[in-house]
Design a protein around this ligand. Structure first.
Ligand code: 13P
Length: 246
């Protein structure tokens, strides 16, 4: 269960949040935090309990004259173990392309970070029934040169129209796309779809977590707004843990 804090929280509020949840010991659920970059160095100093953390982005190069970027090597040196890649806000606001993501995935693996590759369609793409096509392209364009994939990779399906809007994909919509992602991955590489964790993101909250995470094709969540409040995130973690237990 991953909390993407986006560009929110200051050191005090971030520490209060993670430490409020540090006693949580979900049996089946791995909790991950994705703070904004300047907080990464603090995360290893705070009591996270069993949770782990990562960055919201990395650059494809390990070091050099790339003002404003952060390297996988640095994230790893600060104790991070994961990185989000290709979040729709990165794609739409900062022009990130699938081809760039390919290089970023390689950089993550080189420095022992597990990439969480985010994909998903816009409202316009869904309304014109192009969502499968868009998702297939996003997957192929960022993964096909990396085959065979032998390093850890997590996928996150985040329909752009469900992010921060309070509108969640219905269970049927989410499951249908998760199954489609598995089939594309299986076509790319035998068994890849079956062995890859696929998270759902987009207005996840304690009210809808149960129906989403009880689906066997939805392996976890990437939570924005609701991950900023300890009580909400705690509830979502518990619900997910119960679903995996059941
Ligand atoms: P919300 O949960 O706020 O809709 O954000 C989802 C998201 O973008 C997580 O990466």
């Amino acid at each position: 269960m991953a909390g993407n804090w986006k560009m929110n929280l200051l050191p005090n509020s971030a520490q209060t949040l993670v430490e409020a949840l540090s006693n949580e010991k979900p049996q089946h659920t791995q909790v991950l935090y994705f703070p904004s970059a300047p907080l990464l160095g603090c995360m290893a100093q705070w009591n996270l309990g069993k949770a782990q953390f990562g960055s919201q982005n990395i650059y494809s190069q390990s070091s050099g004259a790339f003002t404003g970027e952060i390297s996988a090597e640095l994230v790893h040196a600060l104790g991070g173990q994961f990185t989000l890649l290709g979040h729709s806000e990165r794609r739409t606001l900062f022009g990130e392309t699938s081809a760039q993501l390919q290089d970023k995935i390689v950089a993550a693996w080189k420095h022992q970070l597990t990439p969480i590759l985010c994909i998903g369609e816009t409202l316009e793409e869904r309304e014109s029934a192009r969502h499968f096509e868009v998702i297939q392209h996003q997957l192929l364009d960022s993964l096909k040169k990396l085959l065979p994939i032998t390093s850890p990779l997590i996928l996150a399906y985040e329909p752009v129209w469900a992010i921060g809007t309070g509108k969640t994909a219905s269970v049927d919509q989410a499951v249908e796309v998760h199954q489609f992602i598995r089939s594309v991955l299986n076509e790319l590489q035998l068994g890849l779809g079956d062995s890859t964790s696929i998270l759902y993101g987009g207005s996840v909250n304690a009210g809808n977590a149960g129906e989403l995470f009880s689906q066997s094709d939805i392996d976890g969540g990437l939570v924005g707004g609701a991950s900023l409040k300890s009580e909400d995130f705690r509830s979502i973690i518990h619900i997910q843990d119960q679903c995996l237990h059941g």
